[in-house]
Design a protein around this ligand. Structure first.
Ligand SMILES: NC(=O)c1ccc[n+]([C@@H]2O[C@H](COP(=O)([O-])OP(=O)(O)OC[C@H]3O[C@@H](n4cnc5c(N)ncnc54)[C@H](OP(=O)(O)O)[C@@H]3O)[C@@H](O)[C@H]2O)c1
Length: 234
């Protein structure tokens, strides 16, 4: 039995990842505020802006369910605050973006590592972004979250040599997140035209195609060899 825990499973890339893993016959736990009607497997409706109860629930669940051949945590959920300058960002939105994007992955990773000790194959996939490696005005919290995920992964890989850990940029995907970037006010977000241009030029991948490439990469024996990676180079 192979266990996959996928955050942000209600839509976008996370929904496609969870669906493909469930269709392959694996045990899937999806975590998001909303559930996905078509997804087979367990779904936990939780707000990861309040990550401590989610991590405690995962810890308890893993303590009660043992005997996995492999266990994988995919920290995929992320939240973009309204694109614009940090100084004008709503404080509650800013806090939620930081907590969903970085605090939740750190706490869930802790629960996952403690709760899967002894499982023969363990994988931790953090969904990062090119924006963790390239700064961009108008989305400071998001860039910081993704840079933080990359460095969390590098440091954790040193602590946990027996766990395959990767922080993977997934490319540009046609999801609600891109709708939000394209729909932003160009007066507040100077890169709005660039995101509109990517859509107009047909350069966005579908969530399904991206999920297929990520699942294939995840299940390869050399997953985790390059800790900070990009699916476009995989
Ligand atoms: N789309 C892109 O072009 C792109 C590019 C680079 C990296 N990425 C990364 O890829 C990952 C998936 O992005 P996406 O494009 O699929 O985004 P999306 O369509 O906006 O979906 C985000 C997911 O995160 C969940 N989520 C958001 N806030 C949450 C909260 N407070 N608590 C629990 N779950 C929450 C959402 O579920 P609920 O709303 O139901 O809670 C949803 O399932 C993210 O890490 C993103 O940063 C995306």
């Amino acid at each position: 039995m192979h266990l996959f825990i996928v955050t942000g499973s209600s839509r976008g890339l996370g929904a496609a990842l969870a669906a493909q893993l469930a269709q392959a016959g694996h045990t899937v736990i999806g975590i998001a505020r909303r559930t996905h009607p078509g997804l087979q497997g367990e779904q936990w409706a939780l707000d990861l802006a309040d990550p401590l109860p989610a991590a405690q629930r995962l810890q308890t669940w893993l303590d009660e369910h043992r005997g996995w051949q492999s266990a994988t945590l995919i920290n995929n959920a992320a939240l973009l605050s309204q694109p614009g300058p940090l100084a004008a960002t709503d404080l509650a939105e800013l806090s939620a973006a930081l907590r969903v994007g970085l605090e939740a992955p750190a706490l869930l990773s802790r629960a996952f590592l403690a709760g899967t000790a002894g499982v023969p194959t363990r994988r931790l996939l953090n969904i990062s972004s090119g924006l963790g490696r390239r700064p961009m005005a108008g989305s400071v919290a998001y860039c910081a979250v993704k840079a933080g995920l990359d460095h969390l992964s590098r440091s954790l890989a040193l602590e946990e040599p027996g766990v395959s850990i990767e922080s993977l940029a997934p490319g540009v995907i046609d999801t609600d997140m891109q709708v939000q970037l394209r729909g932003a006010d160009p007066l507040r977000f100077t890169e709005q035209a660039r995101f509109q241009g990517l859509k107009d030029a047909g350069q966005l991948q579908t969530a399904d195609a991206t999920a297929t490439a990520i699942v294939r990469h995840l299940l390869r024996p050399d997953f985790g060899k390059t800790v900070v990676s990009d699916i476009r180079d995989a």
